[in-house]
Design a binder for this molecule. Structure first.
Ligand SMILES: NC(=O)c1ccc[n+]([C@@H]2O[C@H](COP(=O)([O-])OP(=O)(O)OC[C@H]3O[C@@H](n4cnc5c(N)ncnc54)[C@H](O)[C@@H]3O)[C@@H](O)[C@H]2O)c1
Length: 331
């Protein structure tokens, strides 16, 4: 049996995180092999990396068995690839995803899908025209505390949701290669890079909102924070995003969702359910979202299974909301 051949494009924090998981999955599946890595800085490929919440070690891996490139077009000209993982700075997602699909490869790209709505549209059109699969890695869709809420809504466990608040706060993100995250032209700023996680959760859980209002702050960098409210027929939602916080502040992600029969809160993944009878902390499966999202992509591109969780059409709805907020926030 011929193994499926794939590459990772962009080998910084997220490229290395996916590499770790892919090495485990390669051993389990036995039907796929990493053949090439593309990163503009070749020396950085073997270096360990520190992310906002974890460190990724590159020790104990033999990189001599992979073909290394600095130019993705050269790589695609020389390698026959079945699929690629894109973990590049966000402004490159569209350009590289479109090129790879045109060259016959299925594409997994990191979130955010892209940094403009036009780019998202082009990616969708290219996937449709070429028949290639496209997935955007929104890891929260695979994360315990959010899956818990998704199931509660689907199973009507606590009645209907009535109110929801999400918040995500980070010290200033100065850890990206060359500082691209802080450049709005390259990352889209806090709204497109970080706030997109909570908007995606809102859209995944409740669908697209009827109305959006937002106030943004531009004190220290452009679009460093946002206070947004969303209207649904029988639900109100608010989201706070802030990545302009002093560096000793730890990363923090929260939600609080009021159902007819329970108030459910998550603080950095620790979920508490409050009811009129008392409170409890549900036991969560303890999944690895980065691992599971890659498995979903591989199940689709190698085994032909449908995307269960990471439907790109709903990601596009997320991006529409975020770009609308950017427009409103500029006013
Ligand atoms: N899912 C999540 O929770 C999550 C978390 C962090 C980052 N991300 C996303 O992952 C993507 C990558 O982020 P990161 O933190 O890994 O960034 P990073 O800066 O650590 O890594 C990007 C890598 O791409 C390389 N690169 C840049 N331009 C290139 C080019 N033209 N050709 C080849 N290589 C090039 C850089 O040298 C660097 O190694 C971003 O879109 C980011 O938003 C997602």
């Amino acid at each position: 049996m011929d193994k499926k051949r794939y590459a990772i494009i962009g080998f910084g924090g997220l490229g290395k995180t996916h590499f770790h998981n892919l090495m485990k999955i390669e051993k389990q599946r036995g039907d796929m092999e990493l053949v090439a890595i593309c990163n503009e800085d070749l020396e950085a490929i073997t270096q360990n990396v520190q992310l906002n919440i974890t460190a990724v070690s590159m020790e104990n891996f033999d990189f001599s068995k992979y073909n290394l490139y600095t130019d993705y077009k050269e790589m695609l000209a020389k390698e026959k690839l079945d699929f690629v993982f894109i973990a590049l700075p966000s402004f490159l997602h569209c350009e590289v995803a479109v090129y790879c699909m045109e060259q016959g490869a299925d594409v997994y790209t990191e979130k955010p899908m892209a940094i403009t709505l036009e780019q998202c549209n082009l990616m969708m059109e290219t996937a449709q025209r070429t028949g290639k699969k496209l997935m955007v890695g929104h890891c929260l869709r695979f994360t315990d505390e959010y899956v818990f809420i998704k199931n509660a809504i689907q199973n009507n466990t606590y009645g209907k949701p009535i109110k929801a608040e999400f918040s995500r706060k980070s010290p200033i993100p100065n850890w990206s290669a060359g500082g691209w995250l802080l450049n709005e032209e390259k990352s889209g700023g806090c709204l497109v890079d970080m706030h997109v996680h909570d908007v995606d959760m809102m859209v995944w859980l409740f669908g697209a909102p009827e109305e959006v209002q937002v106030v943004t702050s531009h004190q220290m960098s452009s679009f460093e924070s946002a206070y947004a409210i969303y209207r649904y027929p029988n639900l109100s939602v608010s989201i706070i995003a802030d990545w302009g916080i002093q560096s000793s502040f730890p990363f923090e992600a929260k939600y609080a969702i009021t159902f007819e029969d329970a108030y459910i809160e998550s603080v950095n993944g620790k979920v508490t359910v409050y009811t009129n009878e008392g409170k409890f902390e549900p036991e969560l499966p303890g999944v690895d979202p980065m691992y599971d999202e890659v498995v979903e992509f591989l199940n689709a591109v190698i085994d032909g299974k449908p995307f269960k969780t990471a439907d790109v059409n709903s990601v596009k709805e997320t991006m529409k909301v975020v770009f609308r907020e950017k427009e409103l926030g500029k006013a």
